[in-house]
Write a protein that binds this ligand. Sequence first.
Ligand SMILES: [Zn+2]
Length: 217
Amino acid sequence: MASLTVENYVKTIYVLAQKASAAEVATGQIAAALGVLPGTVTSMLKTLDESNLATYTPYEGVRLTAAGRALALRVLRRHRLIEQFLSQTLNLSWDEVHEEAEHMEHAVSDALVDRIDAFLGHPTTDPHGDPIPQADGSMAVAADRPLSQCKSGEKFRVARVVDQSPAFLRSLTESGLEIDSQGLVVANEMSQNNMTLRLAGEDRHLSREAAAKLMVR
Ligand SMILES: [Zn+2]
């Protein structure tokens, strides 16, 4: 089994690459995401390269190999299924599950995760709307259209939230927004900092900055 650190690195590289729609990720981006010094990242990237999990080119960046991608997807599968499990069975809120899953994802076996998957009825998304990689490594396409781009008069359903900091998630809850919330864009003017949304018959304001972090269908 790969070490906790290796698992966290491949997971981080995978997520950063997806976010940027690029195969290559820069050392600085990884350092910022993990909160460590670039020098620490560089030596770890060499280890990943030697283990055939990634290809690292100094001053250019790192890209995962097929083996690295497969490991990253397995870690994400564990993480997202654990989040869904904690939310569905123990009623943890969406701002509580991530931190718990960060620890548990390295402690459970893939066999146990498969049992959790079956127990939950093979969910396709986690409590933040992120797609859950399936046991065969396939994964649904994540919702990627920001609410901030919806025009006045458009209906929407919240499918995913990309800023998963507990404070932001709690502010959404207070605004009556959660995954699968449905609403109508009453007004969205580029010149305004706020959008007006109608949720459950009530008009509410949401900053365009916050709306850019909500992906809708
Ligand atoms: Zn999540």
